[in-house]
Design a binder for this molecule. Structure first.
Ligand code: ARG
Length: 377
Protein backbone atom coordinates (compact mmCIF):
# COMPACT_ATOMS: atom_id res chain seq x y z
CA UNK A 1 0.00 0.00 0.00
CA UNK A 2 1.39 3.41 -0.94
CA UNK A 3 1.76 5.74 2.00
CA UNK A 4 1.52 9.03 0.16
CA UNK A 5 -0.98 9.93 -2.47
CA UNK A 6 -0.57 13.40 -3.84
CA UNK A 7 -3.73 14.39 -5.58
CA UNK A 8 -3.58 15.78 -9.08
CA UNK A 9 -7.11 17.10 -8.91
CA UNK A 10 -7.18 19.52 -6.04
CA UNK A 11 -9.19 22.47 -7.07
CA UNK A 12 -12.49 20.96 -8.06
CA UNK A 13 -12.97 19.18 -4.75
CA UNK A 14 -11.50 21.36 -2.03
CA UNK A 15 -13.04 24.71 -1.17
CA UNK A 16 -10.94 27.64 -2.32
CA UNK A 17 -9.11 28.82 0.79
CA UNK A 18 -10.45 32.10 2.05
CA UNK A 19 -7.90 34.69 3.03
CA UNK A 20 -7.87 35.15 6.76
CA UNK A 21 -8.26 38.80 7.51
CA UNK A 22 -9.28 38.45 11.13
CA UNK A 23 -6.65 39.64 13.54
CA UNK A 24 -6.53 38.38 17.10
CA UNK A 25 -8.84 40.20 19.50
CA UNK A 26 -6.70 41.63 22.30
CA UNK A 27 -9.61 41.42 24.75
CA UNK A 28 -9.75 37.63 24.23
CA UNK A 29 -6.00 37.39 24.70
CA UNK A 30 -6.17 39.45 27.88
CA UNK A 31 -9.02 37.39 29.31
CA UNK A 32 -7.03 34.19 28.72
CA UNK A 33 -3.77 35.55 30.11
CA UNK A 34 -5.56 36.71 33.26
CA UNK A 35 -7.05 33.23 33.65
CA UNK A 36 -3.62 31.64 33.14
CA UNK A 37 -2.05 33.86 35.78
CA UNK A 38 -4.97 33.44 38.20
CA UNK A 39 -4.44 29.65 38.07
CA UNK A 40 -0.61 29.97 38.12
CA UNK A 41 -0.08 32.48 40.92
CA UNK A 42 3.68 31.87 40.98
CA UNK A 43 4.22 32.52 37.26
CA UNK A 44 4.38 36.29 37.66
CA UNK A 45 4.99 38.91 35.02
CA UNK A 46 1.40 39.45 33.91
CA UNK A 47 1.72 43.22 33.23
CA UNK A 48 4.79 42.72 31.05
CA UNK A 49 3.16 39.82 29.20
CA UNK A 50 0.05 41.88 28.49
CA UNK A 51 2.17 44.73 27.20
CA UNK A 52 4.14 42.42 24.86
CA UNK A 53 1.01 40.72 23.58
CA UNK A 54 -0.70 44.07 22.89
CA UNK A 55 2.38 45.16 20.96
CA UNK A 56 2.57 41.90 18.95
CA UNK A 57 -1.11 42.10 18.02
CA UNK A 58 -0.70 45.71 16.92
CA UNK A 59 2.37 44.86 14.83
CA UNK A 60 1.61 41.42 13.48
CA UNK A 61 -2.12 40.96 14.00
CA UNK A 62 -1.56 38.11 16.46
CA UNK A 63 0.71 36.78 19.21
CA UNK A 64 2.45 33.52 20.09
CA UNK A 65 1.56 31.42 23.15
CA UNK A 66 4.35 30.18 25.40
CA UNK A 67 4.41 26.40 25.84
CA UNK A 68 2.97 26.80 29.36
CA UNK A 69 0.10 28.90 28.04
CA UNK A 70 -0.56 26.43 25.24
CA UNK A 71 -0.54 23.45 27.60
CA UNK A 72 -2.85 25.17 30.05
CA UNK A 73 -5.11 26.39 27.23
CA UNK A 74 -5.48 22.90 25.78
CA UNK A 75 -6.24 21.37 29.19
CA UNK A 76 -8.81 24.05 30.01
CA UNK A 77 -10.40 23.58 26.56
CA UNK A 78 -11.05 20.00 27.68
CA UNK A 79 -12.27 21.18 31.09
CA UNK A 80 -14.75 23.48 29.35
CA UNK A 81 -16.06 20.85 26.91
CA UNK A 82 -19.67 20.71 28.01
CA UNK A 83 -20.48 17.53 26.07
CA UNK A 84 -17.71 15.42 27.58
CA UNK A 85 -18.49 13.14 30.52
CA UNK A 86 -14.82 12.17 30.94
CA UNK A 87 -13.32 15.42 32.17
CA UNK A 88 -12.13 14.23 35.59
CA UNK A 89 -8.61 13.76 34.21
CA UNK A 90 -8.36 17.07 32.34
CA UNK A 91 -5.06 17.95 34.05
CA UNK A 92 -3.38 14.82 32.71
CA UNK A 93 -3.73 15.77 29.03
CA UNK A 94 -0.37 15.40 27.26
CA UNK A 95 0.28 18.34 24.99
CA UNK A 96 2.48 17.78 21.93
CA UNK A 97 3.56 21.20 20.70
CA UNK A 98 4.05 20.87 16.94
CA UNK A 99 3.53 24.49 15.96
CA UNK A 100 6.67 24.37 13.85
CA UNK A 101 5.23 21.74 11.49
CA UNK A 102 3.90 23.44 8.36
CA UNK A 103 3.96 20.84 5.57
CA UNK A 104 1.15 18.40 4.89
CA UNK A 105 3.63 15.49 5.14
CA UNK A 106 4.79 16.80 8.50
CA UNK A 107 1.21 16.95 9.76
CA UNK A 108 0.57 13.37 8.58
CA UNK A 109 3.73 12.01 10.24
CA UNK A 110 2.92 13.76 13.51
CA UNK A 111 -0.64 12.41 13.46
CA UNK A 112 0.81 8.92 13.11
CA UNK A 113 3.21 9.59 16.00
CA UNK A 114 0.26 10.94 18.02
CA UNK A 115 -1.69 7.71 17.48
CA UNK A 116 1.27 5.57 18.56
CA UNK A 117 1.80 7.62 21.71
CA UNK A 118 -1.93 7.66 22.52
CA UNK A 119 -2.46 3.92 22.02
CA UNK A 120 0.41 2.98 24.33
CA UNK A 121 0.11 -0.77 23.75
CA UNK A 122 -3.48 -0.62 24.98
CA UNK A 123 -2.99 1.71 27.92
CA UNK A 124 -4.63 4.70 26.27
CA UNK A 125 -3.34 8.16 27.18
CA UNK A 126 -5.18 11.42 26.55
CA UNK A 127 -3.04 13.35 24.05
CA UNK A 128 -3.39 16.48 21.92
CA UNK A 129 -1.07 17.53 19.10
CA UNK A 130 -1.17 21.23 18.34
CA UNK A 131 -0.22 22.33 14.82
CA UNK A 132 0.25 25.98 13.75
CA UNK A 133 -2.61 28.46 14.06
CA UNK A 134 -4.06 30.36 11.13
CA UNK A 135 -2.05 33.53 10.70
CA UNK A 136 -3.40 36.80 9.33
CA UNK A 137 -1.30 36.23 6.23
CA UNK A 138 -1.22 32.43 5.99
CA UNK A 139 -3.82 29.71 6.29
CA UNK A 140 -2.60 26.77 8.35
CA UNK A 141 -2.92 23.09 7.34
CA UNK A 142 -5.95 21.07 8.39
CA UNK A 143 -6.99 17.44 8.67
CA UNK A 144 -10.30 16.93 6.83
CA UNK A 145 -11.18 13.66 8.60
CA UNK A 146 -13.48 14.03 11.62
CA UNK A 147 -11.26 11.61 13.53
CA UNK A 148 -7.75 10.35 12.77
CA UNK A 149 -9.10 6.79 12.65
CA UNK A 150 -12.48 6.18 10.99
CA UNK A 151 -13.89 3.41 8.82
CA UNK A 152 -14.83 4.07 5.21
CA UNK A 153 -18.43 4.00 4.06
CA UNK A 154 -18.65 2.80 0.45
CA UNK A 155 -21.84 3.82 -1.36
CA UNK A 156 -23.06 1.00 -3.59
CA UNK A 157 -25.18 1.19 -6.71
CA UNK A 158 -28.41 0.41 -4.87
CA UNK A 159 -27.84 3.34 -2.50
CA UNK A 160 -26.83 1.26 0.51
CA UNK A 161 -23.48 1.78 2.24
CA UNK A 162 -20.85 -0.84 3.08
CA UNK A 163 -19.05 0.25 6.24
CA UNK A 164 -19.77 3.40 8.23
CA UNK A 165 -22.47 5.48 6.50
CA UNK A 166 -21.33 8.52 8.48
CA UNK A 167 -18.09 8.50 6.47
CA UNK A 168 -19.71 8.13 3.03
CA UNK A 169 -18.94 11.71 1.95
CA UNK A 170 -15.34 11.64 3.16
CA UNK A 171 -14.88 8.23 1.53
CA UNK A 172 -16.18 9.59 -1.78
CA UNK A 173 -13.79 12.55 -1.50
CA UNK A 174 -10.84 10.25 -0.76
CA UNK A 175 -11.70 8.11 -3.79
CA UNK A 176 -11.93 11.19 -6.02
CA UNK A 177 -8.52 12.28 -4.76
CA UNK A 178 -6.97 8.99 -5.78
CA UNK A 179 -7.42 6.64 -2.82
CA UNK A 180 -8.02 3.01 -3.71
CA UNK A 181 -10.11 1.68 -0.90
CA UNK A 182 -11.18 -1.90 -0.49
CA UNK A 183 -14.83 -2.78 -0.17
CA UNK A 184 -14.77 -3.96 3.43
CA UNK A 185 -16.94 -2.88 6.36
CA UNK A 186 -13.96 -1.77 8.44
CA UNK A 187 -11.45 -0.21 6.02
CA UNK A 188 -9.45 2.49 7.79
CA UNK A 189 -9.67 5.73 5.82
CA UNK A 190 -6.48 7.56 4.82
CA UNK A 191 -5.77 10.93 6.39
CA UNK A 192 -6.88 13.73 4.08
CA UNK A 193 -4.79 16.80 4.67
CA UNK A 194 -5.53 20.24 3.32
CA UNK A 195 -2.11 21.95 3.42
CA UNK A 196 -3.67 25.42 3.63
CA UNK A 197 -2.23 26.36 0.29
CA UNK A 198 -1.62 23.89 -2.52
CA UNK A 199 -2.53 20.31 -3.21
CA UNK A 200 -4.27 18.01 -0.75
CA UNK A 201 -2.35 15.04 0.54
CA UNK A 202 -3.66 11.60 1.37
CA UNK A 203 -1.78 9.42 3.81
CA UNK A 204 -2.56 5.77 4.48
CA UNK A 205 -2.10 5.08 8.19
CA UNK A 206 0.48 2.37 8.90
CA UNK A 207 -1.13 -0.69 10.45
CA UNK A 208 0.84 -0.47 13.70
CA UNK A 209 -0.57 3.03 14.33
CA UNK A 210 -4.14 1.71 14.32
CA UNK A 211 -4.90 -0.43 17.35
CA UNK A 212 -8.19 -2.31 16.87
CA UNK A 213 -10.28 -4.67 18.94
CA UNK A 214 -12.33 -7.54 17.46
CA UNK A 215 -15.70 -7.73 19.20
CA UNK A 216 -16.51 -11.05 20.88
CA UNK A 217 -19.02 -12.00 23.58
CA UNK A 218 -18.11 -13.68 26.90
CA UNK A 219 -20.91 -16.28 26.50
CA UNK A 220 -21.95 -16.45 22.85
CA UNK A 221 -19.25 -17.85 20.56
CA UNK A 222 -21.33 -16.91 17.47
CA UNK A 223 -20.84 -13.24 18.29
CA UNK A 224 -17.36 -13.30 16.75
CA UNK A 225 -18.93 -14.41 13.44
CA UNK A 226 -20.62 -11.02 13.13
CA UNK A 227 -17.15 -9.76 12.19
CA UNK A 228 -17.44 -6.57 14.24
CA UNK A 229 -14.44 -4.59 15.42
CA UNK A 230 -13.62 -1.06 16.53
CA UNK A 231 -10.57 1.13 16.84
CA UNK A 232 -9.14 1.75 20.31
CA UNK A 233 -8.41 5.49 20.05
CA UNK A 234 -11.09 8.13 19.39
CA UNK A 235 -9.03 11.10 18.13
CA UNK A 236 -11.16 14.06 17.07
CA UNK A 237 -9.44 16.03 14.34
CA UNK A 238 -11.99 18.46 12.90
CA UNK A 239 -12.39 20.92 15.75
CA UNK A 240 -10.65 24.20 16.31
CA UNK A 241 -8.79 24.65 19.58
CA UNK A 242 -9.51 28.21 20.61
CA UNK A 243 -7.20 29.84 23.15
CA UNK A 244 -7.07 33.54 23.97
CA UNK A 245 -8.38 34.70 20.60
CA UNK A 246 -6.10 32.36 18.64
CA UNK A 247 -7.66 29.49 16.65
CA UNK A 248 -5.66 26.30 16.13
CA UNK A 249 -7.61 24.64 13.31
CA UNK A 250 -5.50 21.49 13.44
CA UNK A 251 -5.24 20.11 16.97
CA UNK A 252 -6.29 16.44 17.05
CA UNK A 253 -7.03 15.17 20.57
CA UNK A 254 -8.03 11.87 22.09
CA UNK A 255 -9.21 10.26 25.27
CA UNK A 256 -10.24 6.64 25.73
CA UNK A 257 -13.60 5.16 24.85
CA UNK A 258 -16.64 4.69 27.02
CA UNK A 259 -18.15 1.38 25.84
CA UNK A 260 -21.57 2.84 25.07
CA UNK A 261 -20.12 5.16 22.41
CA UNK A 262 -19.40 2.06 20.37
CA UNK A 263 -22.01 -0.41 21.68
CA UNK A 264 -24.98 1.96 21.92
CA UNK A 265 -24.16 4.33 19.03
CA UNK A 266 -21.53 3.42 16.43
CA UNK A 267 -22.52 -0.22 16.08
CA UNK A 268 -26.17 0.23 17.08
CA UNK A 269 -27.58 3.38 15.47
CA UNK A 270 -29.85 2.59 12.52
CA UNK A 271 -27.91 5.10 10.38
CA UNK A 272 -24.53 3.66 11.42
CA UNK A 273 -23.74 -0.09 11.63
CA UNK A 274 -27.35 -0.97 12.57
CA UNK A 275 -26.49 -4.22 14.37
CA UNK A 276 -29.47 -4.56 16.74
CA UNK A 277 -31.66 -6.52 14.30
CA UNK A 278 -28.72 -8.81 13.50
CA UNK A 279 -27.88 -9.45 17.17
CA UNK A 280 -31.57 -9.93 18.06
CA UNK A 281 -31.98 -12.53 15.36
CA UNK A 282 -28.94 -14.51 16.54
CA UNK A 283 -30.28 -14.30 20.10
CA UNK A 284 -33.58 -15.75 18.85
CA UNK A 285 -35.66 -12.85 20.15
CA UNK A 286 -39.21 -12.10 19.09
CA UNK A 287 -38.79 -9.12 16.74
CA UNK A 288 -42.44 -9.13 15.65
CA UNK A 289 -43.44 -6.82 18.50
CA UNK A 290 -41.71 -3.90 20.18
CA UNK A 291 -43.13 -5.13 23.50
CA UNK A 292 -40.71 -8.03 23.61
CA UNK A 293 -38.04 -5.33 24.13
CA UNK A 294 -35.83 -7.18 21.65
CA UNK A 295 -33.95 -3.96 20.86
CA UNK A 296 -33.12 -3.45 24.52
CA UNK A 297 -31.97 -7.06 25.01
CA UNK A 298 -29.80 -6.89 21.91
CA UNK A 299 -28.39 -3.53 22.97
CA UNK A 300 -27.31 -4.87 26.37
CA UNK A 301 -25.60 -7.93 24.85
CA UNK A 302 -23.82 -5.75 22.29
CA UNK A 303 -22.56 -3.48 25.08
CA UNK A 304 -21.48 -6.46 27.18
CA UNK A 305 -19.53 -7.68 24.16
CA UNK A 306 -17.80 -4.34 23.58
CA UNK A 307 -16.72 -3.95 27.22
CA UNK A 308 -15.62 -7.58 27.44
CA UNK A 309 -13.63 -7.39 24.20
CA UNK A 310 -11.65 -4.28 25.16
CA UNK A 311 -10.95 -5.77 28.58
CA UNK A 312 -9.82 -9.06 27.04
CA UNK A 313 -7.57 -7.19 24.58
CA UNK A 314 -6.00 -5.15 27.38
CA UNK A 315 -7.24 -1.86 25.92
CA UNK A 316 -8.41 0.97 28.19
CA UNK A 317 -12.16 1.49 28.17
CA UNK A 318 -14.63 2.75 30.71
CA UNK A 319 -18.29 1.84 31.28
CA UNK A 320 -21.10 4.37 31.58
CA UNK A 321 -21.84 3.64 35.27
CA UNK A 322 -18.24 4.24 36.38
CA UNK A 323 -17.92 7.27 34.13
CA UNK A 324 -21.14 8.83 35.42
CA UNK A 325 -19.92 8.54 39.01
CA UNK A 326 -16.55 10.02 37.99
CA UNK A 327 -18.27 12.93 36.33
CA UNK A 328 -20.08 13.80 39.55
CA UNK A 329 -16.72 13.67 41.35
CA UNK A 330 -15.41 16.08 38.73
CA UNK A 331 -18.38 18.43 39.26
CA UNK A 332 -17.77 18.44 43.02
CA UNK A 333 -14.06 19.18 42.52
CA UNK A 334 -14.78 22.02 40.13
CA UNK A 335 -17.29 23.49 42.53
CA UNK A 336 -14.72 23.29 45.32
CA UNK A 337 -12.23 25.14 43.12
CA UNK A 338 -14.82 27.90 42.74
CA UNK A 339 -15.56 27.21 39.08
CA UNK A 340 -18.75 26.47 37.18
CA UNK A 341 -18.55 23.30 35.16
CA UNK A 342 -20.55 23.70 31.96
CA UNK A 343 -22.44 20.55 30.95
CA UNK A 344 -25.00 19.70 28.28
CA UNK A 345 -27.46 17.23 29.77
CA UNK A 346 -28.39 15.50 26.50
CA UNK A 347 -24.73 14.70 25.79
CA UNK A 348 -23.67 13.85 29.33
CA UNK A 349 -26.43 11.29 29.94
CA UNK A 350 -25.28 7.96 28.43
CA UNK A 351 -27.22 6.58 25.42
CA UNK A 352 -28.05 3.41 27.34
CA UNK A 353 -29.67 3.07 30.77
CA UNK A 354 -29.65 6.83 31.28
CA UNK A 355 -31.98 6.76 34.26
CA UNK A 356 -29.92 4.24 36.20
CA UNK A 357 -26.88 6.52 36.12
CA UNK A 358 -26.68 9.41 38.60
CA UNK A 359 -25.95 12.04 35.92
CA UNK A 360 -29.56 11.70 34.70
CA UNK A 361 -31.19 13.00 37.86
CA UNK A 362 -30.09 16.60 37.87
CA UNK A 363 -29.59 19.70 35.76
CA UNK A 364 -26.38 21.50 34.90
CA UNK A 365 -25.08 25.01 34.33
CA UNK A 366 -24.06 25.42 30.73
CA UNK A 367 -22.29 28.70 29.97
CA UNK A 368 -20.04 28.80 26.88
CA UNK A 369 -16.48 29.20 28.22
CA UNK A 370 -13.12 29.57 26.48
CA UNK A 371 -10.57 28.10 25.91
CA UNK A 372 -12.64 25.46 24.16
CA UNK A 373 -12.94 23.20 21.15
CA UNK A 374 -15.24 24.78 18.60
CA UNK A 375 -16.54 23.60 15.23
CA UNK A 376 -14.13 24.61 12.49
CA UNK A 377 -15.46 26.64 9.59
N1 ARG B 1 -18.30 9.26 20.18
C1 ARG B 1 -17.16 9.34 19.31
C2 ARG B 1 -16.91 7.98 18.68
O1 ARG B 1 -17.62 7.07 18.92
C3 ARG B 1 -15.92 9.77 20.06
C4 ARG B 1 -16.05 11.04 20.86
C5 ARG B 1 -14.94 11.21 21.89
N2 ARG B 1 -14.98 10.13 22.85
C6 ARG B 1 -14.08 9.94 23.83
N3 ARG B 1 -14.25 8.93 24.61
N4 ARG B 1 -13.06 10.75 24.00
O2 ARG B 1 -15.99 7.77 17.94
Amino acid sequence: MRTWIRSLRPFDVLPVPALIERTTDFREAERFLRLFHAEHPTAGGLPARLRDVARDIARHGTYVHTFEELQFGARVAWRNSNRCIGRLYWKSLRVRDRREVTSAEGVALECVAHLREAAGEGKIRPVITVFPPDLPARRAPRVLNEQLIRYAGHRTRDGSVIGDPRQADLTALALRLGWRGGLGRFDVLPLLIDPGLGEPLLCNLPGDAVLEVPIVHPEFPWFADLGLRWHAVPAISNMCLEIGGVCYPCAPFNGWYMGAEIGARNLADADRYDQLPVVAERLGLDTSTERSLWRDHALVELNVAVLHSFEAAGVTMTDHHTESARFLTHLAREEKAGRTCPAEWSWIVPPISGGVTPVFHRYYDNPALTPNFVPRH
